[in-house]
Design a protein around this ligand. Sequence first.
Ligand code: TYM
Length: 344
Amino acid sequence: MSSFAPRVFSGIKPSGDLHLGNYLGAIKRFVPLQETHACIYCVVDLHAITVWQDPQDLEKATHEVAAAYLAAGVDPEKHIIFNQSQVHQHAELAWIFNCVARMGWMQRMTQFKDKAGKNSQNVSLGLFAYPSLMAADILLYKATHVPVGEDQKQHLELTRDIAQKFNNDFAASISRNHLDGDFFPLSEPVITGPATRVLSLRDGTRKMSKSEASDMATIYMLDDADSIARKIRKAKSDPEPLPSEVAGLKGRLEAANLVGIYAALADISQQEVLDQFGGKGFGTFKPALAELAVDRLAPIAMEMRRYLAEPDMIEKILKEGADRARVMAEDTMKQVRKIVGFIS
Ligand code: TYM
């Protein structure tokens, strides 16, 4: 939508330890967007509490996500890093979106179904309404682009549905308030690159996540060099050599996953990885991947630890970011309140 200034918004939940999927699917991709867009990167603590979080762990995890943004190269002065709960407008807009979104839309969300499992009567109401808070995050800033991993695609489609329904339902009021055209943009998901769905290292049918049973399945951003190398050496693979064309990876989930991880870490395409390693077995490929992963991840982990040793500095950065985000958010909310018909 060309009438909206290009703006990026994305968020990460401070729940559990950050892992390679979060890094390659999201954080690493946040960095180059700073060259072309105004970027807002949020630590979404309101989303985290949709499932129980021990308060002290939540604080620690909030620091960790902020430290990861900073260590990966997000610039908190040119752009914005903040935590969601400091800008109350997120919760306010989410409530309005709860009244725009339909039950049926929410019931279709596969992530809710996965997370609730058989327990759907006993999960929090917040978990069900989760996607409308996510839409509020994005639309509060009228973000045009949202870099995420593949698992967030359906939530972003819902965000567009909410934006469109709001624009339609309130079209007359929007024009009465002299706000011409569409009020909210139809934000574009940015799901690009070779690692938008990093898989478990132990089971190629599952995505890498914070909640894997085996520690060997997940590389954490704060893992030391030895653990990274050991997990890659022990990663599930197959007995065949790597193919020389990408098409040859079809049906080889674990092999494709490791090639994707290599490509994303080295900033090259999967084909370029296969140009180098096609015909070679995992006995050659895994040590090369382990070396690359350590080379790329260890300096970031070191930088994260440096930030984590100074929690006051992290909190200052989050507060300053929240102060700037709040000005933009309040700008949008002033208009939204008028559009909806609230007297203020
Ligand atoms: P969260 O915290 O689960 O994950 C953060 C980001 O990491 C990506 N990701 C992955 N990418 C590739 N492979 C994986 N195995 C993998 N696991 C996680 C996610 O796709 C995500 O980009 N709902 C969001 C947070 C959120 C948000 C937003 C995102 C709240 N509001 C607004 C964008 C815009 C979430 O749960 O992410």
